[in-house]
Ligand binder design. Structure first.
Ligand SMILES: C[S@@+](CC[C@H](N)C(=O)[O-])C[C@H]1O[C@@H](n2cnc3c(N)ncnc32)[C@H](O)[C@@H]1O
Length: 265
């Protein structure tokens, strides 16, 4: 049983660690996801498990966060952003081809970042792609760059051939990202709500899609101001289909469906 008090603790802790606001309706989801962690530790009640997570320097804290994040994603999800990126990449390739700096800021299992790399490669555009997430488990999958065939069937034969190696023998049924895409892509762990970010240089494009839905308005407001600082003038911020958090911020103007341009000042 996950009683009201322990559920309250979970909500408070995941907000503190990741800025994620869990609604009161998520009790069953939380129960199912954390039960596996209790079993892994041989702990019989939620209170004891949460004590373990809260203990100083607890190794379980990361596993707790991993268990509570929602990681749904797909290659070329919300394709209009990749069409817009293709025009930016073609333009950059024509004008000197300095590497286009792109950040996939909640990359989950990597499909978003690899889709970005494919678009840049197809445009003949040099790329410097960074991809981050708070969840250490999805980052392992992302940087491995190996996916089941079913994940890539919608990409079509030409993209499949150009960007993936097919597994054989023991790797039958799997595809692996080609080295040309790996060479331009780096993954790292980052909590978007943490007060210090390691990056110094500015980006040309930031993808921040389908993550701020888990944050409150204040968390979203802080984030958009930080993205404004991280984007070069004229740079683009792509957000998820049900998100509009950059709207109304003076540093951004809308430039198409769920895309915002960093205005120069
Ligand atoms: C639904 S997925 C979105 C993946 C991808 N951007 C897309 O649109 O397909 C949300 C991701 O946000 C990550 N996330 C949640 N809170 C985060 C935080 N505070 N900092 C960084 N990433 C976070 C989760 O781990 C998860 O992988």
């Amino acid at each position: 049983m996950l009683n009201e008090r322990d559920f309250g603790r979970v909500r408070h802790m995941i907000d503190e660690y990741a800025g994620i606001k869990l609604s009161a309706q998520k009790r069953n989801m939380v129960y199912n996801r954390l039960l596996r962690r209790l079993r892994a530790h041989g702990v019989s009640n939620f209170g004891d498990y949460l004590d373990l997570v809260q203990a100083d320097a607890s190794a379980e804290r990361q596993a707790f966060v991993n268990a509570l994040t929602t990681n749904l994603t797909a290659f070329f999800r919300e394709p209009h952003h990749f069409e817009l990126l293709a025009t930016v990449a073609a333009d950059r390739a024509r004008k000197g081809n300095a590497p286009l700096r792109v950040w996939s800021s909640a990359c989950s299992t990597g499909e978003e970042a690899w889709s970005i790399a494919m678009v840049l490669r197809e445009a003949g555009c040099a790329g410097d792609i960074r991809a981050s997430d708070i969840d250490s488990e999805v980052l392992r999958t992302a940087s491995a760059g190996v996916y089941r065939n079913e994940r890539v069937t919608d990409l079509g034969p030409s993209r499949l051939k150009k960007h993936f190696l097919r597994g054989t023998g023991a790797n039958e049924g799997l595809v692996s990202i080609r080295p040309e895409l790996r060479a331009m892509t780096r993954f790292f762990q980052l909590n978007l709500q943490s007060p210090a970010w390691p990056q110094q240089e500015r980006y040309d494009v930031i993808f921040c899609r389908n993550v701020v839905i888990y944050f409150d308005r204040e968390g979203q407001r802080r984030l958009v101001a930080r993205f404004a600082d991280m984007l070069a003038p004229g740079g683009l911020l792509m957000v998820g289909h049900s998100e509009s958090f950059p709207a109304g911020h003076p540093a951004f103007r809308s430039c198409g469906r769920t895309a915002y341009e960093r205005v120069a000042h």
